[in-house]
Design a protein around this ligand. Structure first.
Ligand SMILES: Nc1nc2c(ncn2[C@@H]2O[C@H](COP(=O)(O)OP(=O)(O)OP(=O)(O)O)[C@@H](O)[C@H]2O)c(=O)[nH]1
Ligand SMILES: [Mg+2]
Length: 381
């Protein structure tokens, strides 16, 4: 063989060997370079099994109509007065893309009273009813039984390690409130379903069906749009606490749960996958039920909301994936959505039906190497 040819062969061999080693040793690399992933990049993903039946969709000419059949549901936003600008951005889109037709009531919650300016600005944006609620102190602030010296040492450590929101006490209050208290607020007690919305999000597509009725008719308890792994530094002892709960409460865990979304080794370790809880359409009664109440109390008693920085996203996700049969979880593939820095853009027919303005060519997180959606897909494969 001629010398230059030998080099070419050698380089090719090194590349192939490296690819093989990385595929075997790094699951994320393997996923990202797999044939199915590459095909997904070519928009060939079949998402038909996530489709919402035609009978839920309203034809185009039926705008501004409040449907006869309605779910008992609210759109809920936790916000500070200082979040107003981002709240308005999210809410205007919510109205234009969906709620102008459906007129579901809004519920705003805050641990401080909302200002008149906040309330007036919000109520101008919609014809739907709006309620503003004050969060009871005992649902928000760090409980007395938390060892403050231990908690503040943990915060300082996280600041040193550049953990996002690692030094923030309000952020921890917010995560604990969203994990275990929002659904107990008196303004939410009359509702069964909610759609959680955050400031500064983007909705890319028109939604011409009622997602709450879909949830209700199909017995779904939790709906999401984006799934990804949690930062390991924020949850060092979360999974051991969960395993302890499983051991003590086997009776509340259904056999057909979604453990394989959470763990790659049948529950021994947590793969950190969670549904991104800044978007949620879910059943309040599921959180209020016996299983999740026990689950939340168990986690809360361990103190990890303050001694670490447990987020409501992994807590809700582990709760939903563990305590509900897997077919009660729903991927809202037809809701085009962005919360910085990730977005989900509906594919194929849904993109056209929703008149979506997100591009499918880039930025779609679904089959990005960091996405946990493939693990959700595999639950039903
Ligand atoms: N009332 C109140 N709401 C809060 C507080 N902190 C956060 N929130 C709300 O809780 C939700 C989550 O907070 P975010 O700051 O968006 O947290 P995040 O999504 O993890 O981080 P970002 O990337 O900053 O969006 C949002 O709806 C906020 O408006 C707080 O101290 N008080
Ligand atoms: Mg946010």
């Amino acid at each position: 063989m001629m010398t230059p040819m030998r080099y070419v062969v050698l380089v090719l061999c090194v590349i192939v060997s490296l690819h093989f080693i990385l595929t075997v040793s790094h699951e994320a690399y393997g996923n990202a370079t797999s044939i199915s992933h590459l095909l997904a990049g070519q928009k060939k993903v079949d998402d038909s099994h996530y489709a919402v039946p035609d009978l839920y969709h309203w034809p185009d000419n039926s705008t501004y109509r409040v449907q006869d059949r309605r779910a008992n549901a609210t759109i809920v936003m936790l916000a500070r007065n200082s979040d107003l600008k981002g709240v308005v951005k999210s809410m205007k889109q919510m109205e234009d893309r969906f709620n102008k037709q459906f007129r579901y009531p809004y519920t705003f919650l805050n641990e401080e009273p909302f200002t008149d300016k906040f309330k007036e600005t919000i109520t101008e944006l919609t014809n739907a009813p709006v309620e503003f609620g004050l969060i009871p102190r005992e649902h928000w602030y760090q409980p007395d039984w938390i060892d403050e010296a231990k908690a503040s040492a943990a915060r300082e450590d996280m600041v040193k390690n550049n953990v996002i929101y690692g030094g923030s006490l309000p952020y921890r209050n917010m995560c604990r409130f969203n994990s275990g208290f929002f659904y107990r607020h008196e303004l939410l007690s009359k509702y069964k379903y909610y759609w959680r919305v955050e400031p500064d999000v983007t909705f890319f597509c028109d939604l011409d069906y009622d997602p709450f009725l879909f949830m209700q008719d199909h017995g779904k308890v939790y709906g999401f749009t984006i799934a990804l792994p949690e930062y390991v530094e924020t949850i060092p002892t979360l999974w051991n606490t969960v395993k302890d709960f499983i051991k003590k409460n086997p009776d509340v865990i259904p056999a057909d749960n979604a453990m394989d979304f959470l763990s790659d080794d049948k529950g021994d370790t947590y793969n950190r996958c969670h549904f991104w809880s800044n978007f949620e359409i879910a059943d309040l009664d599921f959180w209020r039920g016996e299983a999740y109440s026990k689950f939340f109390d168990h986690l809360d008693a361990a103190g990890g909301f303050y001694y670490e920085r447990w987020g409501d996203a992994p807590v809700h996700s582990i709760g939903a994936a563990l305590l509900a049969p897997k077919d009660k979880l729903h991927f809202f593939h037809d809701v085009g959505y962005r919360h910085e820095p990730f977005q989900h853009c509906p594919r194929s027919e849904s993109h056209k039906n929703g008149k979506c303005w997100c591009s499918l060519d880039d930025e779609n997180f679904d089959y990005h190497w960091y996405s946990c959606l493939p693990k959700f897909d595999r639950l039903f494969a």
